[in-house]
Design a protein around this ligand. Sequence first.
Ligand code: SF4
Length: 338
Amino acid sequence: MEKCDANRHPIRNVRAFRSALLTWFAENRKDYPWRRTTDPWAVLVSEIMLQQTTVASVIANRRFDRFLDEFPDIETMATASEPKILKAWEGLGYYNRVRNLQKAARAVLEDFGGQFPPEAAELEKLPGIGRYTAGAVSSFAFGKAAPIVDGNIARVISRLLDERNAVDGTIGQKIIWQAAADLLEINSPRDFNSAIMELGQTVCAPKNPACLLCPVRDFCQCRDPESLPVKKPKKQFVKVDEHAFFHRLGDKVLLAMGRGSRRRGFWHLPLREPEACAHLEAGDLHRYVITHHRVTVHLYRADPGGLLKGEEFIPISELADLPIATPMRKILESELGQ
Ligand code: SF4
């Protein structure tokens, strides 16, 4: 592995590089809804949303516009109830992100007099806002010369530099962020950051990069692009077995209000320890993956026998309006025959 040298800079003519990239972008840029605004709240929403969902899915389902219709500003977000924000985020997963969006909205109101700070270093002090998101809001909303590195940009830069350190490791991160700062066109950071990201999304794709069509191929150092970026070995999945009850009484179904980091604020089927289910006939099996958990739900169509704290019968007609995580909603719909 190469020794770390964050100041090493194999792209010699940086001006020509910037010019080639920006010329290509001017002719090929995509018209996304979040590129039509410089409202920092809207930019922040788009960035958080796009961390977990593809651009195509956000556009197709109008997720960005619909969320902003419901929460057009930090005031609306700061005062919304938790069930309401969780419901609005349903289907996007990683619900702590929308909770952090609300915390950030409150912090802007309380600590910054209702105005987003323009500098990345200040934005990074807001809850749930890391280095990338701070740079994105600073450059896209305020036009500040803040570098950004997401997965697409890390791939482009690692290939441009033929960087063999893991891009998600400490040394690799340092090199890639330094290069992102060095390459940035400080006179048009908004366009530059969008351009290098879009190059990664369209031309410098993970598989089969279109090097022959690449506007910056003359500056690119790598000979085997598909071998880059190098990444640290992936975390192993953790297998989880859950024993859940589907207990319907007339037009109501028994649900539990979630607690703990994975389910807080969400309704789910009541769960019991495996020993409490040993005497029951096994029912359907449902499987889903969430973060790094592979979950198998052993479902019993039975009365769990007595209600635990947080459990209650909920009218089936109200399920559509309640916060229920997507995998659990699918199980419920399947059991209800919907
Ligand atoms: S030449 Fe190929 S590998 Fe290099 S930046 Fe362009 S698309 Fe990526």
